[in-house]
Write a protein that binds this ligand. Structure first.
Ligand code: DGP
Length: 120
């Protein structure tokens, strides 16, 4: 998609600190990191969000998790832990409408599901 910033990063048309790229996915550093390790992995094909995923995307999404795992290990957070987050839609705060997984680590993260009655 022409005006999608993550499509542009995937094709190399827009600058980013690219960590990995293959025929299915691209990984790059988040522009506004919230932790010492914070990068994004996106499918190269434009998919607006998890809501638009189809069976045809399964290879790319499998690759996305496997690349997230490998880069998290390379960045040394495999033992300390890290989080994979896919914001989907307005309530989740999705701001870029090209599916992406955030890989976040290198610090303790406060939120745990069992902490909050607010989750119900
Ligand atoms: P989300 O809120 O889940 O849609 O996250 C979008 C993320 O994308 C946010 O953490 C900042 C990052 N981001 C936005 N624009 C750019 C950009 O042009 N380059 C890079 N590298 N990251 C971006």
């Amino acid at each position: 998609m022409e005006d999608c910033i993550f499509c542009q990063i995937a094709t190399g048309e827009r600058q980013a600190v690219v960590l990995y790229r293959d025929e299915l996915v691209t990984a790059f550093e988040d522009l506004h990191p919230i932790a010492p390790v914070h990068f994004l992995v996106v499918p190269n094909r434009h998919i607006r969000s998890v809501n638009e995923v189809t069976g045809a995307d399964e290879d790319a999404l499998g690759r996305l998790v496997s690349v997230a795992r490998r880069l998290a290990h390379e960045k040394g957070v495999q033992a300390s832990g890290y989080r994979l987050v896919i914001n989907t839609g307005p309530d989740a705060g999705q701001s870029v409408f090209h599916l992406h997984v955030h890989v976040i680590g290198g610090r303790k993260m406060p939120f745990r599901f069992e902490d909050g009655a607010q989750m119900r």
